[in-house]
Write a protein that binds this ligand. Structure first.
Ligand code: SME
Length: 150
């Protein structure tokens, strides 16, 4: 159950002795290790006042896509739509940036601070169509907790 991970997420994020970056990275690793269909877990944040996303802490294979212009790919679309984007089959998307040929599906959930879209959590899965509303609610919770420490 995804909701069972909430206390651990809260504990990690409230550890003031660690840097925010280290706490976010620990959350990425927790999610990737605990949820079998989460193969890459990372945060992207708006890059200063530029219309682009910059890769933040992540768990999984390194990606070349450390900067993503607004509007490009699933992540760039969420930066402008402010809405959750669940992709059951990445091959069916025209505006998609492939990070790995093993990825079958993706979910991107925007993060808000003071009503502003400041970034997102991005999950890649090697499993086709694995995401449900439970993932959306859980990842909204994670983002809300993260935005509180930013
Ligand atoms: N697939 C994403 C790019 C980021 S990687 O998945 C880490 C996209 O289309 O925006």
């Amino acid at each position: 159950m995804l909701a069972a991970l909430k206390p651990e997420v809260t504990t990690i994020l409230s550890d003031n002795k660690k840097s925010v970056e280290n706490r976010l990275e620990a959350v990425c690793h927790l999610l990737r290790d605990a949820i079998d269909y989460y193969d890459w877990v990372g945060f992207y944040f708006k890059n200063g006042n530029k219309e682009e996303l910059k890769l933040g802490p992540y768990a999984g294979e390194p990606t070349d896509h450390t900067i993503i212009p607004f509007g490009k790919g699933i992540c760039g679309q969420v930066a402008v739509s402010n809405e959750n984007f669940v992709v059951p089959d990445v091959a069916a998307q025209d505006n998609y940036i492939a990070c790995s040929i093993t990825v079958k599906s993706e979910i991107v959930i925007p993060m808000f601070k003071d009503g502003e879209n400041i970034g997102q959590i991005d999950i890649d899965s090697n499993t086709p169509d694995p995401f449900s509303e439970d993932d959306e609610r859980f990842l909204e919770f994670v983002n809300q907790k993260v935005s509180q420490i930013l």
